[in-house]
Write a protein that binds this ligand. Structure first.
Ligand code: F0G
Length: 418
């Protein structure tokens, strides 16, 4: 395994032991003095760094802010978020044939997706740097989360969505929480291009996962999984399987593990293999992993039922590809049909998720079927968004309602007929 230690010393620009570092050239920047999303020198992605990294005994409380010692603030703009269930799914576990399978259901966050973990930190940073307008491009969940956290903070919020390609529940959330919704005649990647332009012109504070502080909140998924899994099984999971869109979550989990290794909280051998899943119609990360490329080829035309991950240009790939490789993980593409089957299987165990989330189970199934996952592995699949986010997909995947007469005997007769 590659060396996962974070090694540089504390630079002069650090503020309260926090700074931003470029992942390409290593340049360090003050965290909150000026707004920047990428490196001034080389345009590389930035990540937050800390002079002191905590270990398990430093954490107390519940949810994202249990891990405040690993975050830039003591508390954020909170609803509150995190502390999501790590479900047992014994029927899928038996069917897939692994030693243990747990499902971390991030759909149980306040707005129904893992994005809340990033927003509680990101909107707190927006307050710190003193902006008055927040913005994001979104396939839906980021916009719902930003709208809610922006409302909580009393800040104006602008969301750019690909017209006609966002699930109904997510648009409804953004609308009711009071975001201005701009529907762009293009896909998510075009929305992100525009919102980045707006941010660079100083028109809005960008809260997509390009913003390094979003990923700080999201890394707490990894901290929760490691603590909870160890409490139940006495060990850490061998593998974490997750849906990939912009690859922010993959990047956040990798950072989580590198920080735990650097702090001495876990050994390098404890780091789970990061395993990314994309939809076949939208799989540039899988292509890069399979072909061994360091750079992503942008897919101009993307399509999948899993609209949350309908993304052709994953901007966090420079952080996420090394994460998949360094942890010994892999990436796999699944069909829309496989996604819907997995969504039904999860629902059959009481776990209601949106299509993108089910991609993790579909991917595990496929990898196990190919023999790329062994039968003695202990696996956690991430389900990233709630079933109610996409009621149309749920209704299509589920059973049709049966019309019956307004009479008990007729209802019984109808039931007996089947
Ligand atoms: N699952 C769901 C339900 C999502 O909404 C997203 C991303 C992902 C997985 C992929 O996560 O981007 O970190 O790889 N949704 C973003 C949005 C793009 O705008 O809501 P990622």
């Amino acid at each position: 395994m590659a060396n996962l230690q974070l090694t540089d010393g504390t630079p002069d620009v650090a503020s309260d032991g926090v700074w931003l570092a470029c992942i390409e050239c290593g340049e360090a920047f003050a965290p909150f003095e000026a707004i920047r999303y990428t490196c001034d020198d080389c345009d590389g992605l930035l990540e937050a760094r800390y002079a002191d990294l905590p270990t398990w005994d430093d954490f107390e409380g519940e949810g994202v802010w249990r891990y405040s010692d690993a975050l830039p603030f003591e508390v954020g703009v909170t609803l509150p978020e995190g502390h999501t269930p790590l479900h047992r799914v014994s029927r899928i576990e038996d069917e897939v044939g692994v030693d243990a399978l747990r499902v971390k259901h991030e759909g149980m966050n306040p707005t129904g997706s893992f994005k809340d973990r990033g927003m509680t930190v990101g909107v707190r940073v927006a307050q710190e740097v003193g902006v008055d307008r927040l913005a994001c491009a979104s396939t839906g969940n980021t916009s719902a989360a930003l709208a809610a956290y922006g409302a909580r903070a009393g800040l104006e919020t602008l969301v750019l969505l690909p017209a006609g390609k966002v699930a109904a529940g997510k648009v409804a959330q953004a609308a009711l929480h009071g975001a201005r919704i701009l529907e762009v005649d293009g896909n998510f990647d075009s929305c992100l291009d525009i919102v980045q332009d707006l941010a660079h012109r100083g028109e809005a504070y960008l809260l997509n996962s390009l913003n390094p502080f979003r990923l700080e909140g999201q890394k707490t998924i990894g901290l929760e999984i490691m603590e909870e899994f160890r409490a139940d099984y006495g060990d850490y999971p061998d593998r974490i399987v997750l849906p990939v869109g912009n690859a922010g979550n993959t990047a956040a989990l990798y950072k989580c593990f590198r920080e735990l290794v650097t702090a001495g909280a876990i050994e390098e051998g404890d780091v789970p293999e990061l395993t990314g899943v994309q939809a076949e119609g939208s799989a540039p990360m899988v292509e890069a992993i399979e072909e061994g490329n360091d750079e992503i080829r942008r897919w101009p035309d993307v399509e999948t039922i899993a609209t949350a991950i309908r993304i052709g240009n994953p901007v966090n790939a420079p952080k996420a590809l090394p994460g998949i490789r360094a942890t010994g993980g892999t990436a796999v593409a699944v069909s829309d049909e496989e996604i819907t089957d997995a969504q039904r299987s999860l629902a059959g165990e009481g776990v209601g998720v949106e299509p993108a989330s089910a991609a993790s189970i579909a991917g595990l199934r496929k990898l196990r079927g190919r023999g790329d996952v062994d039968d003695d592995e202990q696996v956690v699949c991430l389900t990233t968004g709630h079933l109610l986010k996409d009621p149309d997909a749920a209704a299509t995947a589920g059973a049709d309602p049966e019309p019956v007469p307004n009479d008990t005997d007729d209802v019984l007769a109808h039931l007996a007929n089947r």
